[in-house]
Design a binder for this molecule. Structure first.
Ligand code: FE2
Length: 523
């Protein structure tokens, strides 16, 4: 018995001692110059660089210690936040844990800092298992194994080599009746299937689903703002919003103010992003059975999206698949209607989760739905300055797909990927017709020096008598707000701000208030 206890103690200590696993990548800031490497288990040091030295850790020119540790559902997470990276570059890294054990050699690629470059990402959600009673599914997992379907999707990620994965919530069941710790452990293990054979890993963006606890995403992945955030993709090509549909869209004024301000600040300015896309978990009008319309989202979010020129919303939660024609909310906010100037909605979360049925078929079919069906899949979104192309990749047949090998940004899917090919075609193309909102004719302010170390001087044209200068970090959080009156030059002290990318907005007072934005870089 004593020997047995000793053996168990030894096994336990070995596991604690040597283990770094569950590797993940995420973004806290500009994806062209920063990344967060996350792992479970021991504390350690990331050794990295743009040359591949395999697992010879001390040959890598750079190293980074852990910036933050967190615990969620019994799992220790470590996060090293890498900054100052070169854009559009492949980086190699290993993690050397506190006991000296070296991880496998991984690699990742930073995004571009040029808005004319393309980007290609996977959008999908709902990876949870189906509910079981006495070991048998009581939800519809037609393959006989929801989790195995999810793994097919994960293996497809490794073959597609996307620039990143926009994950839309509902990771695991997380119910009173389930072993949540084991489920998360399994989810993180299964995520390792997304790593390509050459060690390439793919960063994720996250939204919170209804099966996550409040701090789960923050503690598992080190996202920047805990509940919602936004990212600049390719420095002006795409502003990508991660909204939290678990917070009431109308009464949670913190989120509502944040998204309104950020959308406004990225519209009708000198440097508006070419595209604005939004990701959130619960579908605003779900086609999946029993879900239907979320009135608060329709009332308090969709107006803003339409007003500020959002072109694509990515949704999940009801476990069916749809893509819409461009559409707008109808006059009384009870539904959408097709409108060429409107927004395309894709969803609704079929990354392995149990299948549901479609509510609106036959004569009840919604006129703005382009196609709808139920099967396991995610979407692949290729964004270019002039158009965005969306395809839907089926998980079945994954084993026969030939893996991509290139690290080019915005690459095409493998030629033999199995695409959804419904009645109305196997892709959606959204054209970018720059409308009035994006015209860049204003120029009443300038900012120097830029890049800068400690301060900037904002020069304002004589015709402007008063207004407000505000500075936002790359995630849309206001870090400075200052009024000006009867002055043509305002000096702002930036000494206390951390290094990185910021957006400075000059807004004039008065009835015909104008706003201009300047991207500033602090070294
Ligand atoms: Fe959900």
């Amino acid at each position: 018995m004593k020997k047995l206890v000793f053996l168990f103690a030894l096994l336990f200590s070995i596991e604690n001692f040597a283990a770094t696993n569950h590797f993940t990548l995420s973004y806290r800031d500009d994806p062209s110059s920063s990344i967060v490497i996350g792992w479970s288990g021991d504390n350690g040091i990331v050794h990295y660089g743009t040359t591949d030295f395999g697992i010879t850790y001390n040959s890598y020119p750079n190293s980074k210690t852990v910036d933050r540790t967190a615990t969620a559902h019994g799992i220790n997470r470590n996060f090293a936040r890498l900054t100052g990276l070169s854009p559009n570059s492949v980086y190699y890294f290993v993690v050397r844990d506190a006991g000296g054990t070296i991880s496998a050699r991984f690699k990742f690629k930073t995004l571009s800092d040029n808005p004319n470059d393309p980007v290609g990402f996977i959008s999908g959600g709902d990876t949870r298992d189906g509910f079981k009673l006495f070991g048998a599914y009581i939800e519809n997992c037609p393959s006989g194994n929801c989790l195995e379907q999810k793994r097919k999707g994960n293996r497809l990620v490794a073959k597609i080599r996307p620039d990143f994965v926009a994950f839309n919530g509902d990771f695991v069941m997380n119910q009173v009746t389930s072993n949540t710790n084991a489920e998360w452990n399994e989810w993180l293990n299964d995520w390792q299937l997304t790593i390509s054979q050459d060690g390439r890993m793919y960063p994720m963006t996250f939204t919170q689903g209804n099966h996550e606890d409040n701090q789960d995403i923050y503690n598992f992945f080190d996202v920047p703002m805990e509940e919602y955030y936004a990212l600049n993709i390719n420095n002006g090509l795409l502003r990508l919003y991660m909204l939290n549909s678990e917070l009431n869209p109308c009464t949670n004024t913190a989120q509502l103010n944040w998204i309104s301000t950020d959308l406004q600040n990225h519209t009708n300015t000198l440097n508006p992003p070419t595209w604005k896309f939004i990701q959130y978990h619960v579908s605003t009008f779900a086609m999946g059975n029993g879900y239907g319309l979320v009135t608060d989202q329709m009332n308090c979010w969709v107006n803003l999206f339409e007003q500020y020129g959002v072109k694509l919303c990515m949704e999940s939660h009801s476990h069916v698949t749809k893509w819409t024609l461009p559409c707008k909310k109808n006059t009384n906010g009870t539904d959408f209607v097709p409108d060429p100037e409107g927004i395309v909605y894709i969803g609704e979360g079929n990354w392995g989760a149990p299948h549901r049925t479609l509510d609106y078929t036959g004569t009840n079919r919604k006129p703005y739905i382009k196609d709808q069906e139920v099967f396991d899949n995610f979407f692949y979104v290729q964004v270019n300055p002039n158009q965005t192309t969306i395809q839907c990749v089926k998980f079945d047949g994954e084993e026969n797909v030939t893996a991509n090998t290139t690290d080019d940004l915005g690459k095409d899917l493998p030629s033999n990927a199995v695409l959804w090919n419904p009645a109305n075609g196997n892709n959606i193309v959204i054209s970018n017709q720059i409308g009035g909102l994006n015209q860049n004719t204003l120029s009443f302010s300038s900012v120097l020096p830029n890049p800068t170390k400690n301060y900037v001087k904002v020069k304002i044209e004589n015709s402007v008598t008063s207004g407000t200068i505000s500075i936002y970090n790359a995630l849309g959080k206001e870090v400075l707000n200052q009024k000006f009156e009867n002055t043509q030059e305002v000096k702002l002290d930036l000494e206390k701000m951390s290094t990185g990318t910021y957006y400075l907005f000059v807004k004039t007072d008065g009835k015909n208030s104008k706003i201009e934005s300047h991207r500033i870089i602090k070294h």
